[in-house]
Design a protein around this ligand. Structure first.
Ligand SMILES: [Zn+2]
Ligand SMILES: [Zn+2]
Length: 351
């Protein structure tokens, strides 16, 4: 089969690779249909690592995907060849303390697609996944929508981490695909007022169209001043979705006493800091988000019912052999890109 391999910094090559085999009786062989390009793929593409996770070349990245069942193992019951599925990219062991404690996303033996040292990614023609990671799609859902499920599940989980959202006044700092996923999930779950910031003008506009009550660019306006003028009691929750120190500082200033800072973004630096005097006096909760935990099914249910609308995030489509163009576009934040999709079935059809 053909696989798109990272072969160095900013280097992607289409190479021949052995097709994956069904190993366990519950395994499913999928033919990939759509893969979303994620910010974390771009970290590996431009820097070769995320924190301690370092790529050894060649390596296949990609984890946001939807596909069509090609073959199933003898113990597979729910799926058959031809079925369309969304893929949960985290394969957990089910045995360790984390899995048994209801935290499969921090499984000690986690295999996450496209994560160095764990599992190769899905930017290839075929992929084998266990049945429990494959979610069948209702006919109304397209494979492109299904490929948005992973970031949407992270948005759903982030909102769940933040606690009581009904009637809450919140800010989302960073309006990339994850920030926008938090936005649509927070809205669907009953947030009252949502403020959004991003340094890219096109994303500010996208956030406004997607239902933000206010959206602004921190390079042009003082975010803290603007939002606190509208919210004198300040905010219940701030979702930091860009991994920037400046956004963390804004979050501390925007939160009301007892507020929650939900850290979703992946910083490129090793350390971040807070003005502890402010965080401490307000007794803020600081919550880290590690991808998502058991939010794929509820996010999919909301997507199927049309409660979550996410199509607006898809700004670009590329065929498989032009994956590098998609990565360069996303890496350089060009052309108003939010979510670029690799569509194996052809970029003019919306399956
Ligand atoms: Zn992702
Ligand atoms: Zn485990």
């Amino acid at each position: 089969m053909k696989a798109m391999m990272l072969t160095g910094l900013r280097s992607l090559e289409l190479r021949e690779a052995p097709p994956p085999e069904l190993a366990a009786p519950t395994d499913i062989l999928l033919k990939l249909a759509v893969v979303g390009v994620c910010g974390s793929d771009i970290h590996y593409y431009t820097t070769g690592k995320i924190g301690s996770q370092v790529v050894s070349y060649p390596f296949v990245v990609g984890h946001e995907c939807a596909g069509i069942v090609e073959r199933v193992g003898p113990a597979v019951r729910r799926l058959k060849p031809g079925d369309r599925v969304a893929v949960e990219p985290a394969i957990s062991c089910g045995q360790c303390d984390q899995c048994r404690g209801g935290r499969p996303h921090t499984c000690r033996a986690l295999k996450f697609l496209g994560c160095p040292g764990q599992a190769p990614g899905c930017l290839a023609e075929y992929l084998v996944m266990p049945e429990q990671c494959c979610y069948p799609l209702l006919p109304a859902l397209t494979l492109e929508q299904a490929a948005l499920l992973e970031p949407l599940a992270i948005g759903f989980y982030s909102v769940r981490r933040g606690g009581s959202i009904k009637g809450a006044r919140i800010a989302i700092l960073g309006a990339g695909p994850i920030g926008l996923s938090v936005l649509v999930c927070a809205r669907a779950r009953g947030a009252q007022t949502i403020y959004v910031s991003d340094r890219i003008e096109a994303r500010v506009a996208v956030a406004r169209n997607a239902g933000a009550d206010w959206a602004g660019n921190p390079d042009q306006v003082d975010i803290v001043k603007e939002i606190s003028a509208r919210e004198p009691l300040l905010l219940d929750q701030v979702f930091e979705c860009c991994g920037q120190q400046a956004a963390l500082d804004q979050a501390i200033d925007l939160l009301k006493p007892g507020g929650k800072l939900v850290m979703v973004g992946i910083p490129e630096v090793e350390r971040v800091s807070f003005i502890i005097d402010r965080a401490r006096r307000k007794e803020l909760d600081v919550l880290n988000v590690r991808r998502q935990c058991e939010c794929t099914a509820p996010a999919l249910a909301l997507l199927e019912r049309g409660v979550l609308k996410a199509d607006f995030m898809i700004t670009h489509r590329f065929p498989f052999d032009r994956t590098k163009e998609a990565f360069d576009l996303v890496a350089d934040y060009r052309d108003g890109v939010v979510k670029a999709l690799i569509n194996f079935l052809g970029t003019t059809r919306n399956h």
